[in-house]
Design a protein around this ligand. Sequence first.
Ligand SMILES: C[S@@+](CC[C@H](N)C(=O)[O-])C[C@H]1O[C@@H](n2cnc3c(N)ncnc32)[C@H](O)[C@@H]1O
Length: 250
Amino acid sequence: MSESIGGDAPTAAADPGGDGFDEAFALADPIGGWLTRDQARALWDAAADLPPGAHVVEIGSHQGRSTVVLARALARSGGRLTAVDAFVDGPRYGGTATRDVLAAHLEQAGVTAVVDVVAARSQDVRSRWSEPIDLLWVDGKHDYWTCSDDLRWSEHLPPHGRCLVHDAFSSIGVTTSLLVHVLPSRRLRLTGRVGSLALLEVASPSGADRRRLVAQLPWWLRNVGLKVLLRLRLGAVARRLGHVGPFDPY
Ligand SMILES: C[S@@+](CC[C@H](N)C(=O)[O-])C[C@H]1O[C@@H](n2cnc3c(N)ncnc32)[C@H](O)[C@@H]1O
């Protein structure tokens, strides 16, 4: 099991005069999870860019680290967030008790009214979903099949709509899914990444976009190798390869 990187005391203060991100991240950072500050910033920017009343779908909320960031951004423009999580049992995700923890974190962040928590498997919710959405955040189950299904939520995005995918270049299942479904796609292109968070856009990809995706593969292999080393308690070797800290590369 990889450890979450949040859960300590808040590290960022309110930002009078700022755009609200620092304040949102100060609320999110104590919440356990795997989202880095830069990745939270990418989520914030994508949500803050949306028109008033926008509807965002999050797949995989856990205790609310990313949920709080998205919801705080959406609250500024009357948007709403559908947060889908199966609240999977086990030590990693904590099962149904995590739903109560999430609810408490949303309350603390003042965003309960912005977020509709749907406690179900993303595949089951998607199969009956018909509404347009404005932004998609994929951070649910990381196996190939689930991630491939989760990418299909992007069919509800408008042209130039954005889809952000966590662990896109640090997980075998997620990366394989991107290689199978995004690399040959005529509708989704990779515009960049923040750590292992992929930034996708609904647009016809150019050759350069496809090469950009392939160019991430050496970095992905390195990350998978680092995760193996960390599982084998070979952190010293990982450090020699340039990995900083005890956590998985995100
Ligand atoms: C990596 S965590 C999400 C982390 C969260 N985005 C954050 O920033 O802290 C993955 C979540 O996906 C949920 N999950 C696993 N399988 C799922 C599925 N089939 N559908 C929806 N959620 C699922 C787990 O319960 C877990 O809470």
